[in-house]
Design a protein. Structure first.
Length: 95
């Protein structure tokens, strides 16, 4: 079993410390960069109230972009993780 390593990733304007397999670090950073690039495009191209709106747009974009008949199980897992992050953001904003 591979050792999990802690890394910090930034999605939108928030930093998250996550533990991943060392072999997945490059992939996670690439996906994070892709998400942040798309967030920036949506922020400059569409009206939204807050970061949560843009994260929801990126989530929908990311899942539909990757879909070609079947959803990739890894993408479903990423989508679920993003939904979890969205829940955390919602809870923080409600306080």
């Amino acid at each position: 079993m591979q050792e999990l390593i802690p890394i910090n990733v930034i999605v939108g304007d928030r930093s998250y410390r996550i533990k991943i397999n060392a072999s997945d670090e490059e992939k996670v950073r690439m996906v994070t960069r892709k998400i942040n690039d798309q967030l920036l495009l949506f922020k400059t191209g569409f009206a939204g109230k807050d970061m949560q709106d843009y994260i929801a747009m990126v989530l929908l974009w990311f899942v539909t972009e990757q879909q070609d008949g079947n959803l990739n199980p890894e993408l479903v897992k990423i989508a679920d993780q993003l939904k979890g992050l969205e829940t955390i953001v919602d809870q923080a904003l409600d306080k």
